[in-house]
Design a protein around this ligand. Structure first.
Ligand code: UDP
Length: 328
């Protein structure tokens, strides 16, 4: 049985990856420090014989007994609210955590896939973003702790590949959504859906002309799986190129949820990228991959998930603190 270590396993993408690799017949070793992850996302797996869980912070030395064939490094805060609240941990997990896991991969002779992000492109001056674009990142802005940790992560991964011959993969993940997103992580989809369910107005930041391109989680997981199984070592964008402005998106959510909410406008957070759309030519060519789930279907499934949350969970939500955003 192939053995795979998944870090950030109790998080949104991590937990879906656990499900996928269990389905593929792997022995899954899940790891998470539970700062932003939630055991609820993986508790259905605890009864399985081919699943185990370590409560551990990968910024500290990582030890896993026995052989390992694959490592997926998905541990990291991944929302602007989290970067503001836990900036040092965000830097540490991307930098020290990645270093520890690369060391573990070398020791175990395992293939390692690193979760990078469209954030390495910053507020992009090239549109859509190809893997060749170097990016436009503010190193000292509020998002810099995430963006720079992820840029360092790519560099150290390529260094281990080139210097130690380590078998590495790098996926650049664009905005992804679906069941198990954290309702209170402040990102636009849980924010809008939570607001619709609580009967509040939808908060659009800025004038809503900024764009994003949202990928349904099943498509994202399929792309990541194919990349891991490929022999391609350079970064690959995985995301859905279907781009929409945030204002239009808010209108879509109001229609989907059948609520009468209005849109209210709030200040645009600092360094909020104005446009984002992945160029997925590489993924198409190398992996034969492209997204299959349209926004309407994906959002419907996601809304079903949020609708099932308890009243108490719905009320636990957090709003972005704009004074924090604009602090020097
Ligand atoms: N956004 C918004 N209202 C919200 C939360 C987010 O208008 O309540 C905007 C945000 O300013 C950004 C976009 O939605 O332009 C996506 O934000 P998110 O935090 O989901 O992800 P990211 O900025 O990292 O793509």
């Amino acid at each position: 049985m192939k053995r795979i270590l998944i870090t950030g396993a109790a998080g949104f993408l991590g937990s879906h990856l656990c499900d996928r690799f269990i389905k593929e017949g792997f022995y899954v070793i899940a790891m998470d420090n539970l700062i932003t992850g939630d055991l609820k996302n993986i508790e259905h797996l605890f009864k399985l014989e081919n699943f185990e869980f370590y409560h551990h912070d990968v910024s500290k030395f990582v030890h896993v007994p026995g052989k390992l064939d694959y490592i997926l490094h998905f541990a990291s805060p991944a929302s602007p609210i989290d970067y503001l609240k836990i900036p040092i941990q965000t830097l540490k997990v991307g930098a020290l955590g990645t270093h520890n896991l690369l060391g573990l991969a070398k020791e175990k002779n395992a293939r390692i896939l690193i979760a990078s992000t469209s954030e390495i492109y910053g507020d992009p001056l090239v549109h859509p973003q190809t893997e060749e674009y170097y990016g436009n990142v503010n190193t000292i802005g509020p998002r810099g702790v995430y963006d720079e940790a992820k840029r360092f992560q790519e560099s150290i991964t390529m260094a281990y590949h080139r210097f130690h011959g380590l078998d590495t993969r790098i996926v650049r993940i664009f905005n992804t959504y679906g069941p198990r997103m954290r309702l209170n992580d402040g990102r636009v989809i849980p924010a809008f859906m939570g607001q619709a369910l609580r009967g509040e107005d939808l908060t659009v930041f800025g004038d809503g002309s900024q764009t994003r391109s949202f990928c349904y989680v099943d498509d994202e997981i399929e792309g990541i799986y194919r990349l891991l199984m490929s022999d391609y070592n350079l970064p690959v964008n995985i995301g859905n190129p279907n781009e929409i402005t945030i204002k239009e998106f808010a209108e879509e959510i109001i229609k989907l949820t059948g609520t009468n909410q209005k849109i209210v406008y709030k200040p645009l957070p600092k360094d909020d990228p104005m446009q984002r759309q992945p160029d997925i030519s590489k993924a198409r060519e190398i992996l034969g991959w492209e997204p299959e789930v349209g926004r309407e279907e994906g959002m419907r499934k996601t809304f079903e998930f949020f609708k099932k949350l308890s009243k108490a969970d719905l009320l636990k939500t957090e709003h972005r603190d704009f004074t924090l955003h604009n602090k020097k």
